[in-house]
Write a protein that binds this ligand. Structure first.
Ligand SMILES: CC(=O)SCCNC(=O)CCNC(=O)[C@H](O)C(C)(C)COP(=O)(O)OP(=O)(O)OC[C@H]1O[C@@H](n2cnc3c(N)ncnc32)[C@H](O)[C@@H]1OP(=O)(O)O
Ligand SMILES: O=C([O-])CC(=O)C(=O)O
Length: 383
């Protein structure tokens, strides 16, 4: 009998129970994940359509306003974001105090939180301003700390680049990026922008449900994205790919990792069952950059990993896996991979905070108790 994909597939845990899997935890009009088996849509638009035909600023506008902007609205929005890029001196002073070996996600968390000290949201009528301020300032928070702690350089936090993608690459590299690198980063930011009730977004919504402020919600979400089972996987995948010397070495070492029951970062997903629709898009960019780079070894090794995981476990690449080689080909330091995710996902987080606030009830589930039966406190000298 021929095995079907599902039959051969890695033992998927049932979509219930632990991890709240398969349980609806609320409503959203922002996103669908895996609705028809593998799709991803933002406000009704397919991710492939957005990645082909829009920019990250258009997607941010879409998530915050429910509709794509027309040209006049987009131009005004780009100008607004551009005017919000610079960092207050007090925040620069704090960033300069953070040691070089700090994890950059901790820098993002601190930068976000401290900006909330300096420019608090005030009240919810300011929520769009707070979200746009963070969106515009995050590239500078990341790059100002990185360039100061690693190279001793105090960079200019503003640039003439129109797009956030171009602005980030300009701050990092000190020169205007190529059109292609700018577009790849733009697409990457679109792919990472929103993903329904993933762990970090759910964290932001839980925080919002207590009527907390935008900066607290985003700070909490950054802490959740940091872990290797979530956003931290792109960085962990890069380290793994770099440890393989060839496609055959990759297959051999992955076999050992699976035999030792280690998790292979950048593979599998809590919702998608057979593929992540973002993978095919970022993989194509990785291949293009590899060819233009004249050295395809990272891409070839990544493809070998993808083939091996599918053939042996029916596990597929999630959004993070081919982001690793893509960013590497663009000369982006591995430790900045997950902070870039923050720069993008902020849009989804903030949109969910706004949505939660618009129809709020405090999020407070129940637990199944597994502790001891009722008992009396025994005097301390008798324990
Ligand atoms: C942008 C993002 O956040 S995408 C996710 C990024 N995270 C990663 O890439 C980390 C690696 N992947 C994983 O750890 C998991 O696939 C998760 C966290 C994404 C999803 O977890 P779950 O929903 O529990 O996965 P699922 O129910 O499909 O797991 C089924 C089995 O496959 C195994 N499995 C799933 N993914 C992997 C993997 N990447 N490597 C090895 N085994 C895996 C699980 O361990 C589980 O086996 P078990 O029952 O013996 O524990
Ligand atoms: O949805 C999830 O669980 C994780 C994910 O892919 C994302 O947040 O982009």
């Amino acid at each position: 009998m021929t095995e079907t994909t599902e039959e051969k597939s890695v033992a998927k845990k049932p979509n219930s129970g632990a991890g709240l899997r398969g349980q609806s935890a609320g409503e959203t009009a922002l996103c669908t994940v895996g609705k028809s088996g593998s799709g991803l849509t933002y406000c009704g638009y397919d991710i492939a359509d957005l990645a082909e035909n829009s920019t990250f600023e258009e997607v941010a506008y879409l998530l915050f306003n429910g509709e794509l902007p027309n040209q006049t609205q987009l131009t005004a929005y780009q100008a607004e974001l551009k005017s919000l890029r610079d960092l207050p001196e007090a925040l620069k002073a704090v960033l300069k105090l953070i040691p070089k070996d700090t994890h950059p996600m901790d820098v993002m968390r601190t930068g976000c939180s401290f900006l909330g000290n300096l420019e608090p949201e005030g009240d919810f009528s300011q929520q769009n301003n707070a979200a746009n301020r963070l969106l515009a300032a995050f590239p500078a928070i990341m790059c100002y700390w990185y360039k100061y702690s690693h190279d001793g350089v105090e960079i200019d936090c503003q640039s003439s680049e129109t797009s956030l993608a171009g602005h980030f690459l300009r701050l990092l590299k000190g020169e205007s990026p190529s059109k292609q690198h700018q577009r790849v980063m733009d697409v990457s930011l679109i792919l990472y922008a929103e993903h329904e009730f993933n762990a970090s977004t759910f964290t932001a919504r839980v925080c919002a449900s207590t009527l907390s402020d935008m900066f607290s919600c985003i700070t909490a979400a950054i802490g959740t994205l940091r872990g290797p089972l979530h956003g931290g996987a792109n960085e962990a995948a890069m380290d793994m790919i770099l440890s393989f010397t060839s496609p055959s070495d990759a297959k051999e070492k992955m076999a050992g990792m699976l035999a030792r029951k280690e998790k292979i970062m950048g593979f599998g997903h809590a919702i998608y069952r057979t593929s992540d629709p973002r993978n095919v898009i970022i993989k194509a960019w990785s291949e293009k950059l590899a060819e233009e780079n004249g050295d395809t070894s990272l891409y070839d090794i990544s493809v070998a990993c993808e083939e091996y995981m599918w053939d042996s476990k029916k596990l597929f690449c999630n959004a993070d896996f081919f982001h690793a080689s893509t960013y590497n080909y663009m000369g982006i330091p591995t430790k900045l991979f997950t902070p870039i995710f923050v720069c993008s996902r902020l849009t989804g987080w903030a949109a969910h905070v706004m949505e939660q606030r618009s129809n709020n009830r405090i999020i407070r589930p129940s637990a199944d108790y597994t502790g001891s039966e009722p008992r009396k406190v025994v005097a301390i000298e008798k324990r």
